[in-house]
Design a protein. Structure first.
Ligand code: ZN
Length: 744
């Protein structure tokens, strides 16, 4: 029998107004640096449901990146709920669980814990050496509201930070404006003065049970405060209701931001003033596209000379020339601030302790790969050594093994910022976090002096066993994770099926087509299915070198380089020799042969810059082997494509670039080949209707099978998925079995 567990909150009347801020509030409409998004009507519809109001407030806070970074911060509320076993009303805390982002958080993203049980844990707490053990005990405090039909999310390590504070609604955020003050040398004094003592201060300490007790002590000693600044970390603010907490949070952050704004450029120019001039936008992008695959090669750490890349995973890149980045990387203070590293733990967990600043000027020629690699090699080696030294100096006997020592953030003065990570989302978020860090340095330097976290503290967070456990729980990477696939003619038919298969297997895909409309609709479809991060696109005419150049530049800017090139774009013209015009001939050879040649050539250029191999798969045709009437242009062009596979396989083996052919036959689909009367023509030739074609073709095969685009996609995946890494110059027929097409 269902038990009614509807939790009940104290009404506003029950709550005593306490700890009222001494500073007059700014009021709902007066915000300049933060977005006031509260809608009374929406909130009124949730009246009495404190958890709904918590979710609502959290979403509003998470919607404004000036209030907190992506995935950063957490919120909570405490309300009364009926215990399912005793039927008694108990105080329960709902708090954002481990992982997730406030902006999109739902009820299912919350952990629920009995407040009394959580607080009683301090009776068995044996001191800071044992605080990690306390995290395991949170599970014994979990409240399960079974009528809502969902289990509590796993409590995060920030749970005690909320649990020990006496307030009904609490926001813990990482606003750049507040961290700028929290990471300033005089942060404590500034906080004291800025808020006339109504915002407390707790020195930097790694989040956990002990920090929870310190926050409580701060409130016990200063009962009138409206919030607490956490040194080098972030902000705690609260209120008796969801709304009070929301407005209090906004007001405190607004005041921090206004204070920074009043001080920018006052003491000295921002970041000590501009040192170098940025290149013009298009030159920046051009340069970034040229150098990105080289950087990707260094960051992927699978140089074929040192470490055979078979099955090796590449890093996925992201590039931004955001103006906040340019202001920082072109400034006089870059060389002073960049090596100091970031402050807020959220920042450096994503960005590593410090970025790598390239020893290049915007004017340097980066088009000659060997020269640029020679120049960058020692720089990357020095970074890896610095990271290993940091690891070896700071490690504890039980620390996990050293992780990838390559930089995540790479700064190219005058050009922009590259980030590299295991997947696109992680790389993009790392870039966002480094922009947060730039904002923090900018603010801290304007009002005082920026201080970063001591290296040992940074290490203790980065190699924290609880963080390591989180990493261990991550799902296994998919076969094509860390790989970038460029599939020509992928807005429909076989190309689209290949791109879809690759995306499902974890690859980043670059969709392209000659037709803008088809391309746009396929891009939309892919973004909806796979999310925006893993999809890029470029309009492409495979017979035009400039168009190919542009498409690969966009690929390099989107993901850092390319690992898999699928030459799939094609057309078909079937005519007797007397009717076959030279225009038909040229068109076939331009798209099929020259197209495959040019796209491969450019793809190989990028793969060689990366230096860890790659795959080219040419989608050719049974007609490359089998001769039939009325097919002189198409059939011979297909044969040229097939032999080009073998020629490039022979040439590129030393680069670990594999080149293989997939031969489809009679794939009925929405591809270009079947438009323009080809299907009607074939049907007429066989004396059947278009609808009867699939069965007719199937009947011709040994296996009596209809060949679908997905069958061709599977064959391409077989070549690039890892199991055939020692195969090149090969041909795989996917035609249901056509004896005439057997290779001999
Ligand atoms: Zn935090």
């Amino acid at each position: 029998m269902p038990i009614n567990l509807k939790y009940k909150c104290e009404t506003v009347m029950d709550m005593k107004i306490k700890d009222k801020p001494q500073n007059p509030p700014l009021g709902g409409g007066g915000f300049k640096h933060v977005s006031y998004l509260w809608d009374d009507a929406i909130a009124a519809s949730m009246a009495g449901d404190e958890v709904a109001l918590l979710v609502y407030r959290s979403n509003l806070l998470g919607a404004d990146l000036r209030l907190t970074n992506y995935g950063g911060g957490n919120t909570s509320c405490k309300a009364m709920a009926k215990d399912p076993l005793t039927g008694k009303e108990m105080e329960v805390m709902w708090v954002k669980g481990s992982g997730g982002d406030l902006g999109t958080m739902k009820r299912s993203g919350l952990a629920a814990l009995y407040v009394e049980r959580l607080r009683s844990l301090k009776n068995i707490y044996c001191g800071i050496q044992h605080e990690d053990e306390m995290a395991g005990l949170f599970n014994h405090c979990i409240f399960v509201p079974i009528d809502i039909g969902m289990a509590s999310k796993a409590p995060s390590i920030d749970t005690p930070l909320h649990g020990f504070l006496p307030f009904k609604h609490i926001d813990h955020l990482h606003p750049d404006a507040a961290i700028a003050i929290a990471a300033a040398k005089d942060g404590k004094r500034i906080t004291q003065e800025l808020f006339n003592g109504t915002v407390g201060w707790v020195d930097w300490q790694r989040p956990g049970f002990d920090l929870g007790l310190k926050l409580k002590r701060c409130v016990d000693e200063n009962p009138a405060i409206r919030g607490i600044m956490l040194g080098s970390h972030g902000l705690f603010t609260w209120g008796d209701t969801a709304y009070e907490s929301y407005v209090n949070t906004l007001e405190v952050i607004e005041r921090c931001a206004q204070f920074l704004e009043d001080n920018y450029g006052k003491k000295r120019p921002v970041f000590g003033g501009q040192k170098i001039q940025a290149l013009r936008k298009e030159e920046r992008l051009q340069k970034a596209a040229l150098i990105a695959p080289v950087l990707r090669g260094f960051c992927s750490n699978c140089d074929i000379a040192r470490n055979p890349p078979l099955g090796g995973k590449g890093a996925i890149g992201h590039f931004t020339d955001d103006e906040r980045v340019l202001e920082f990387i072109n400034s006089n203070d870059l060389c002073k601030l960049a090596p100091m590293g970031t402050s807020c733990p959220d920042h450096f967990l994503r960005t590593k302790i410090s970025p790598l600043v390239l020893n290049l000027t915007p004017e340097d020629d980066v088009s000659i790969t060997t020269a640029i690699k020679e120049k960058l090699q020692p720089l990357f080696e020095a970074y890896r050594k610095m990271y290993a030294d940091y690891f070896n100096t700071c490690k504890h006997p039980d620390s996990p093994a050293m992780r990838d020592p390559n930089p995540v953030v790479i700064l190219y003065p005058g050009v922009g910022m590259f980030t590299f990570a295991k997947d696109k989302q992680t790389a993009r978020v790392a870039a966002e976090f480094y922009i947060n860090a730039i904002n923090v340095m900018r603010g801290a330097e304007a009002v005082s002096e920026y201080t970063s976290l001591p290296r040992q503290e940074a290490f203790n967070i980065e190699y924290w066993l609880l963080e390591e456990a989180k990493l261990q729980r991550m799902p296994e990477p998919k076969p094509l994770s860390g790989r970038i696939a460029f599939v020509t003619g992928s807005a429909g038919g076989i190309g689209k099926a290949i791109a879809k298969k690759f995306a499902e297997e974890g690859a980043c895909v670059v969709l392209n087509d000659i037709n803008r409309e088809r391309l746009d609709s396929t891009v939309q479809e892919f973004e909806k299915t796979f999310g925006k991060d893993i999809v890029a696109s470029a309009l492409l005419d495979v017979s035009n070198e400039a168009s190919i150049e542009k498409a690969f530049a966009e690929t390099a800017l989107s993901f850092g380089g390319v690992d898999i090139v699928i030459n799939n774009a094609g057309i078909s013209i079937s005519k007797p020799i007397a009717e076959h015009s030279i225009e038909d001939w040229d068109k076939l050879y331009d798209i099929l042969v020259k197209g495959q040649f040019l796209v491969s050539k450019k793809g190989v250029e990028l793969m060689r810059k990366q230096g860890f191999g790659g795959d080219i798969v040419n989608v050719v045709s049974k007609n490359s082997i089998v001769a039939g009437p009325n097919n002189a242009g198409y059939g011979s062009a297909k044969a040229a494509q097939a032999h080009l596979t073998r020629l490039l396989a022979a040439e590129l083996g030393a680069d670990k670039i594999r080149v293989n052919t997939v031969n489809p036959d009679a794939v009925i689909s929405d591809s270009n080949i079947w438009s323009g009367g080809w299907a009607e023509g074939r049907a007429k030739a066989y004396g059947i209707t278009v609808e009867e074609l699939p069965a007719y073709y199937a009947n011709r095969t040994l296996l009596n099978e209809t060949i679908l685009p997905e069958d061709i996609a599977n064959a391409c995946f077989a070549f690039v998925g890892g199991l055939l890494n020692k195969s090149t110059g090969n041909t795989l027929n996917v035609d249901g079995g056509v004896a005439a097409a057997f290779l001999r």
